[in-house]
Ligand binder design. Structure first.
Ligand code: NAD
Length: 249
């Protein structure tokens, strides 16, 4: 059946109070899924969850989850289990940059990015797949990046995590396929969010020259790809990377 309907599905999206994560949460909610909004700030997460519940008439939860802290991940996920018994869809979206040229990069700059972008993804995924294994249905989508494929000046730490997420995705896809759980990645190019808002105008214009579609992406451009991978339309796709970059790579 040709179907983007996700009603009955429970989805958790990390870093979903703004940017790409929020657009993903809205697309999943629009398709009928119950969504868990998470971010570092509990009141902001609750606010966004309430707004989405009102706009799309679905059940939502808003929770504080700091991906840099194992205790926070465990505490938040236990609340999800308490309320909904677990999730069917996990979108590992939250990520940070700490850009610096390699020669100036401190061990702290390195470790913080690894901890949040990679270890946080590992810890939460290992909790979230338990219910999926039992139900023999699940979707995991990881947010990588074009720079995980091309590399980028000033982003040795960030690009390393985004390449690592591809190895994570492809290996986990093989381990979970027998239980009807798909694991895929989406690799955005340059998307207009808070993450890219601070970049210098000259640098943005430089990037723009390399985008054949002639514009920067919007969070919704990425959300469409994530929704597709979570839907029944993508039930025979696993271990794959969907590039959403206007043709730049
Ligand atoms: P953003 O900075 O606008 O949003 C990031 C989200 O992650 C926010 O909700 C933030 O609160 C959350 N977050 C940050 N640190 C966290 C922590 N310790 N614990 C929990 N949540 C935390 O960024 P975005 O552009 O929406 O990026 C979303 C994802 O897409 C990231 O993984 C990013 O690496 C990836 N991506 C973005 C672009 C782009 O051009 N914007 C390109 C490629 C990949």
């Amino acid at each position: 059946m040709l179907c983007l309907d996700l009603s009955e599905k429970r989805a958790l999206i990390t870093g979903s109070t703004r940017g790409i994560g929020r657009a993903v949460a809205e697309f999943l909610a629009k398709s009928g899924a119950k969504v868990v909004i998470t971010g570092r700030d509990a009141s902001r997460a609750e606010e966004v969850a309430e707004e989405i519940a009102r706009n799309y008439r679905v059940e939502t939860l808003g929770l504080a989850m700091n991906l840099g802290e194992e205790g926070s991940i465990r505490e938040a996920y236990s609340k999800v289990e308490e309320k909904w018994g677990g999730v069917d869809v996990l979108v590992n979206n939250a990520g940070i940059t700490r850009d610096k040229l390699f020669l100036r990069m401190s061990p702290e700059d390195w470790e913080e990015v690894i901890r949040i972008n990679l270890t946080g993804t590992f810890l939460l995924t290992s909790l979230a797949i338990k219910g999926m294994l039992k139900n023999r249905w699940g979707r995991v989508v990881n947010l990588s990046s074009v720079v995980g494929f091309t590399g980028n000046v000033g982003q040795v730490n960030y690009a390393s995590t985004k390449s690592a997420l591809i190895g994570f995705t492809k290996s986990l896809a093989k381990e979970l396929a027998g239980r009807n759980i798909t694991v895929n990645a989406v690799a955005p190019g340059f998307i207009e969010t808070d993450m890219t808002a601070g970049l210098k105008e000259e640098l943005k214009q430089e990037y723009l020259k390399n985008i054949p579609l002639g514009r920067f992406g919007k969070p919704e451009d990425v959300a469409g790809a994530v929704l597709f991978l979570c839907s029944d339309l993508a039930s025979y796709i696993t271990g794959e990377v969907l590039h959403v970059n206007g043709g730049m790579y």
